[in-house]
Design a protein around this ligand. Structure first.
Ligand code: ADP
Length: 485
């Protein structure tokens, strides 16, 4: 089985958010599982990524493979392909990106992004012909690569390499649809889908256009898969998605347990497992000393590691911390994004210089250190398709305090009256009063070391590896191929 996996970002080449974690790990997990299969059932999964400027700046030098043309109206755009591998999975880097590829991975200008990612989607699809490699499954992710599905089903119907390809799309985040790119889609020959279930506005928007042609849609958690069929979370596509219900499934993301392993993590000073949780306190002490915060008995260290976006509800946590001034807590906040939210986070440090540190940046080593030394991860998301941060935190014995929404509900077992199985704290509504009430409960629990330790052990023992989910994807691929037979 040949699978072409397309994504806008992937670890370790370039990372902006959770998509990079997924795209870096899932193809490798599928490759590894399939190595145990009989020869006839093996899966040849290959990945294509845009050759972003950020990847080049890292000094990464893949091998030049060849070049070909991509049609944009009357223009023939030159595309170069480079090649490398990641843990046995071939990776193709597509260059020749519009604007000379010199934009950031995602720009604030949706038209620049449209041009880049639609070009990438079409070029990546042409790889099948360039490599003379028939593709059985096209696996796309998010709006950036959804146009490849539309192109597959409209431009390549008579291709020797793509005519019987089935398309599976993984939906990581519904609100990001690639809007304002009607003109660019048309320039690349991608016309609106006349499917009557699609609302008019959605017919020429990259994500819904791709979804309308997909053979299978996988949502990154079972709970979010149901939520997107409701008005609250459906972003105007709920009716269309309900009509497609029979092809929609939910598969939880996993985390890369080799990268996220507190027992081997090169960024942390004191490695530990669930049998030596007490060593976490040295990692906490390291953070407090390094950032000049006092050691306070009974005060949990609250951490936040996040894109600063409305979605993540950071304003809710910040407001709640102001309301909970009388409680013992310290906080280290890490993230960047919306300047208004960044300023709120800076303001909290200004107000509580003895308790709070704020880092407005993307900082991988610090993120690892926070997972290893923080006591409670704050994740008051307004919606959360899956969320990786809470799973990483749990693996490091850092207990999530999160909204009961999307994938958070599927991955966190709420601490109940006994502490036998709970792995975190969930609250119903993303607002400061629900957050504050649950924070109080969490701090009280933290002050009972035996109870807290039990919750940490439960969290660290949860299996968040990709193996189960990767197998589910393989089953989906097989089911799609069976439709052909
Ligand atoms: P998203 O919606 O951004 O994809 P996820 O929870 O799925 O959220 O994944 C976020 C990933 O990005 C995690 O690996 C997290 O550790 C990482 N991350 C987020 N913000 C930062 C930051 N400022 N510095 C370092 N890593 C970050």
């Amino acid at each position: 089985m040949h699978v072409l996996f397309l994504a806008a970002e992937a670890e370790p080449f370039v990372k902006i958010g959770g998509l990079a974690d997924v795209a870096g790990a899932l193809p490798v997990a599928i490759h590894q599982i399939s190595r145990t299969f009989r020869e006839a059932n093996k899966i040849d999964i290959r990945m294509a990524l845009p050759f972003h400027y950020a990847i080049k700046q890292n000094g990464f030098l893949p091998k030049f493979l060849g070049e070909f043309l991509v049609k944009k109206g009357e223009l023939n755009l030159n595309c170069q392909v480079y090649h490398s591998t990641k843990d046995g999975v071939p990776v193709y880097f597509i260059d020749g990106l519009p604007l000379n590829g010199k934009t950031t991975v995602y720009s604030r200008n949706s038209e620049d992004d449209g041009d880049k990612f639609i070009f990438f989607s079409l070029a990546a699809l042409q790889l099948a012909e360039v490599l003379e490699w028939p593709v059985h499954i096209l696996h796309t992710n998010d709006w950036h690569t959804a146009p490849a599905i539309a192109a597959l089903k409209t431009h390549h119907k008579s291709s020797r390499f793509l005519s019987s390809t089935k398309a599976l799309h993984t939906l990581h985040n519904l609100p990001f649809m690639g809007k304002d790119n009607e003109k660019t889609l048309a320039e690349y020959g991608l016309l609106p889908n006349e499917d009557s279930n699609l609302p008019n506005w959605a017919r020429h928007v990259p994500l819904p256009l791709g979804l309308s042609y997909a053979d299978k849609i996988i949502v990154v958690s079972p709970n979010y898969a149901s939520e997107i069929m409701t008005e609250v979370y459906g972003c105007g596509l709920e009716g269309f998605l309900r009509e497609r219900k029979h092809i929609i499934g939910g598969i939880l993301n996993g985390i890369d347990t080799a990268i996220w392993d507190p027992n081997t993590d090169p960024f942390i000073t004191h490695k530990f497992t669930e049998k030596s949780i007490e060593k976490r306190r040295f990692n906490k002490r390291f953070l407090l000393h390094r950032y000049n915060l006092p050691e306070i008995q009974d005060a949990p260290l609250l951490i936040l590691i996040s894109r600063m976006d409305q979605q993540k509800g950071i304003d809710i946590a910040l407001q709640s911390l102001l309301e909970c001034e009388a409680l013992p807590w310290q906080a280290i906040l890490l993230g960047s994004g919306d300047p208004l939210i960044e300023n709120l986070a800076r303001d909290l440090e200004k107000k509580y210089p003895q308790r709070v540190r704020t880092f407005i940046e993307f900082n991988t080593p610090l993120a690892h250190q926070l997972y290893a030394g923080g006591d409670i991860l704050m994740m008051p998301s307004r919606f959360e398709p899956c969320g990786l941060t809470q799973m990483i935190a749990m693996r490091y014995g850092c207990i999530p305090l999160a909204t009961s929404t999307g994938g958070l509900k599927n991955t966190i077992i709420p601490v109940g009256d006994d502490y036998d199985s709970g792995t975190g704290f969930l609250f119903e509504q993303p607002n400061p009063s629900h957050f504050s009430a649950t924070l109080k409960q969490a701090i009280k629990t933290y002050q009972d070391p035996d109870q807290w330790r039990q919750i940490q052990v439960n969290a660290m023992q949860t299996d968040f590896s990709w193996s189960k989910s990767a197998l589910k994807y393989i089953h989906e691929y097989m089911a799609l191929l069976a439709i052909n037979e």
